[in-house]
Design a protein around this ligand. Structure first.
Ligand SMILES: NC(=O)C1=CN([C@@H]2O[C@H](COP(=O)(O)OP(=O)(O)OC[C@H]3O[C@@H](n4cnc5c(N)ncnc54)[C@H](O)[C@@H]3O)[C@@H](O)[C@H]2O)[C@@H](O)CC1
Ligand SMILES: [K+]
Length: 486
């Protein structure tokens, strides 16, 4: 796992390091890191370095300074560097002087910048970094668009300009980077807007000892592998945790089949189903014990409730029964809507460990969703006293005690009907196996996204659409792949 820190925390950590290092040393180190990645990128894309053309889009602040100093390093290796100054009077003086000493070319008119970008092998986006306010200004936007139109790869310095470093919200004209080099610590943008950043390289500038505990955690395969429930020689079907699924209805039996089947594939042990789609579940999954009601279901260690349940009185009663069982509960889909509608269900949900898994629309029924998705999820978890998994290309899991993890999906193929039902079955099975809701949500999100990648064939090539039943089918392969990281 690794940590992510806010721009404000990174700035605060920089202060003491800046104070005890010679002036400009930190920026030089950052710039050397950028140059190194740029050189590797040139070599990989063009087979050489000397004479290759790099354009530095340099803004007014220290981010522009990083870019100009990186341009200086690249000139020393024989690269043809053109710097486009977006605010000529505010360009970083030392960086600009250094580039001048190496006979780097400097232009200030946007149209000259555009023609340089058109012929470039690589563009360095040093327009703005963590000091960014709002979207790109017109000149910067024109240059970013020119790089996109000419299909020139962009290496973002610290953060892709035009994307909010804290929230990852991107204006249309924002830079879409092929790669990003960041300094000191990863920032939220790198995981909340991962597709805008490309692969991220972290350059150490000595901030480590100055950083507070990370406010955001990102899980990696090894973390999930270490917690994924695996039977031991003395286990039987009961000892590994039995999960109950209260989902589906006569109108939506598919949700029941997707959630129960996913639970059966996620862990060994046992799955019980309770609801009006019992026949369909039995037909698809003969190993699942299916009954018509929660009362008849027998003992379980956790409940999944909600997918395809309906939001009528019967649905509300099922949710109430499940919450009153005093067991961990995964509440998804209609259960989220019901929690939004009934204050007394929200009160009952405080009394038992609950993982609630809304998409953005459902989230709005239980709490306020702002552009700052991490902050919204963290507040909702604290206010409601339950763990919130907010779905999206970057999934956020926030526990009431303040822990937050983000899982950036490797692809967007999960944006398909029924994929949420699969996630609920996986996470519910992990709750039954004894994982706390935060870990259950994080581990399920990672494996679920991996199953979509595998199902879509996105690890071997560009991929193709993958319906939810195929995501479900790819779960065993995803679990095996993740467990290999042990
Ligand atoms: N403090 C340091 O010594 C270090 C800072 N580093 C770099 O410094 C950056 C932060 O520098 P700053 O705090 O100077 O801030 P930035 O350089 O990110 O941006 C601030 C400047 O850009 C302008 N600006 C803000 N929003 C804009 C927009 N939407 N469009 C166009 N211009 C805009 C502002 O007027 C201001 O002059 C980091 O991202 C990193 O790249 C690194 O060099 C590491 C060391
Ligand atoms: K940038």
């Amino acid at each position: 796992m690794y940590g992510v820190w806010t721009p404000e925390q990174v700035r605060a950590a920089e202060e003491p390091v800046l104070a005890r290092t010679p002036e400009g040393a930190l920026m030089r180190r950052a710039a050397r890191g950028v140059a190194q990645v740029a050189l590797a990128e040139l070599e990989r894309r063009t087979g050489g370095i000397a004479g290759r053309r790099v354009v530095v889009l340099a803004g007014a602040g220290n981010n522009g300074g990083d870019g100009l100093w990186a341009g200086y390093e690249l000139r020393r290796r024989g690269v043809a560097v053109t710097a486009v100054l977006l605010s000529p009077d505010k360009a970083h003086p030392a960086g600009l002087a250094a580039l001048g000493r190496q006979k780097g070319r400097v232009v200030t008119a946007v149209e000259h910048g555009v023609s340089a970008v058109d012929r470039a092998d690589l563009v360095l986006d040093a327009i703005v970094g963590t000091g960014a306010r709002g979207g790109l200004r017109p000149g910067a936007a024109t240059l970013a668009a020119a790089a996109a139109t000419a299909r020139v790869p962009v290496l973002a310095v610290d953060t892709p300009s035009g994307v909010d470093p804290l929230t990852g919200v991107a204006a249309d004209e924002a830079v879409r980077a092929a790669r990003t080099v960041t300094f000191g610590a990863r920032k939220p943008v790198h995981v909340l807007a991962a597709p805008r950043c490309g692969p991220v390289t972290l350059v150490d500038i000595g901030l480590g000892p100055e950083l507070p505990p990370a406010p955001i955690t990102v899980l990696e395969d090894a973390d999930v592998a270490a917690r994924w429930p695996v039977p031991g020689p003395f286990d039987d079907k009961y000892t590994q945790g039995v999960v109950g699924i209260a989902a589906g209805s006569r109108t939506y039996p598919g949700a029941a089949v997707l959630a129960s089947g996913a639970a059966a594939l996620a862990t060994s042990g046992m799955v019980r189903y309770a609801g009006s789609a019992a026949d369909e579940v039995r037909a698809a999954w003969p190993e699942i014990v299916a009954t018509d009601t929660v009362g008849e279901a027998g003992r379980v260690q956790a409940w999944v409730v909600g997918p395809g349940l309906g939001t009528d009185d019967a649905g509300a009663q099922t949710l109430a029964d499940v919450l009153d069982a005093g067991l961990p509960v995964l509440a998804d889909a209609d259960a989220v809507t019901l929690l939004g509608q009934h204050a007394e269900l929200r009160e009952r949900a405080r009394e038992t460990p609950v993982l609630v898994t809304p998409h953005a629309g459902e989230f709005g029924r239980i709490a306020e969703l702002t552009d700052d998705r991490v902050d919204s999820a963290r507040r909702a978890a604290a206010d409601l006293g339950l763990t919130v998994l907010l779905k999206g290309n970057a999934t956020i899991v926030a526990a009431p005690d303040g822990r937050v993890l983000v899982h950036p999906a490797g692809s967007a193929w999960l944006a398909t009907a029924g994929s949420g039902d699969v996630l609920s079955g996986v996470a519910g099975a992990l709750l039954a196996a004894g994982l706390d809701p935060w870990w259950a949500g994080g581990c399920a999100a990672l494996v679920h996204a991996r199953a979509a990648e595998i199902g879509a064939g996105a690890q071997e090539g560009p991929g193709s659409p993958v319906p939810a039943s195929h995501v479900q089918r790819a779960l065993p392969a995803a679990i095996r792949q993740v467990r290999e990281a042990r």
